[in-house]
Design a protein around this ligand. Structure first.
Ligand SMILES: *[C@@H]1O[C@H](CO)[C@@H](O)[C@H](O)[C@H]1NC(C)=O
Ligand SMILES: *[C@@H]1O[C@H](CO)[C@@H](O)[C@H](O)[C@H]1NC(C)=O
Ligand SMILES: *[C@@H]1O[C@H](CO)[C@@H](O)[C@H](O)[C@H]1NC(C)=O
Length: 167
């Protein structure tokens, strides 16, 4: 036999449970919308470093690029475009940005990776500014959603330096 009081109590318990579940879902989905990607780049070798006949510096390097971009993937993510750029200052330009590598990540399963590679695109300066040059490696990404706006962000990795002399 269920009294009115028992039913009211059960209803209240049910309502509180629903509220708790909704709070949990809200904080979970909030976590999902604040991605926390990470990346690390190591320069394993300077393969060569020269001043070209036209006067511009060019360097070839072998790198280990690792990243965990899994948190960028949600139910609404179609794919992620990612590129690695060397960024540095010269007397002529406050920002020089040279793309070294790029890729398209089609799914979350591929979003945690490392790749051992030489620079895919040429690292050429507009001048002879690269000797002893400090630079940053910046991993940029563009998230292409299934619906809605594309968004972009980056991770800046500091503390890289090119050799003092050509080799
Ligand atoms: C949300 O993220 C923080 C830090 O990343 C973690 O400690 C916490 O457990 C997460 N909360 C939920 C509900 O997933
Ligand atoms: C590249 O980096 C990853 C992750 O940091 C590491 O597991 C791997 O051994 C490295 N590979 C080389 C060739 O250094
Ligand atoms: C590298 O990035 C840091 C932080 O964003 C910035 O302060 C610094 O000027 C950058 N270094 C170079 C060489 O561009």
């Amino acid at each position: 036999m269920h009294s009115f009081g028992y039913r009211a109590n059960a209803l209240l318990t049910f309502a509180i449970t629903i509220l708790a579940v909704m709070c949990a879902i809200a904080s979970l989905s909030d976590n999902f919308t604040s991605p926390h990607p990470s990346s690390k780049v190591q320069v394993l070798n300077i393969n060569w470093f020269r001043n070209k006949p036209d006067g511009d510096d060019e360097v070839s390097m072998t790198m280990n690029i690792s990243a965990d971009l899994q948190s960028l993937f949600t139910w609404n993510t179609k794919q992620v475009f990612v590129f690695l750029a060397a960024e540095y200052e010269t007397p002529q330009n406050s920002l020089n940005q040279v793309s070294l590598w790029d890729g398209i990540i089609p799914a979350k399963e591929h979003a945690k990776f490392y790749i051992h590679t030489t620079n895919k695109y040429r690292f050429v300066d507009q001048g002879s500014n690269l000797r002893g040059r400090d630079f940053n490696m910046t991993l940029h990404w563009h998230v292409m959603p299934k619906t809605g706006k594309m968004f972009a962000d980056k991770i800046v990795m500091t503390g890289f330096r090119l050799p003092q002399s050509y080799r």
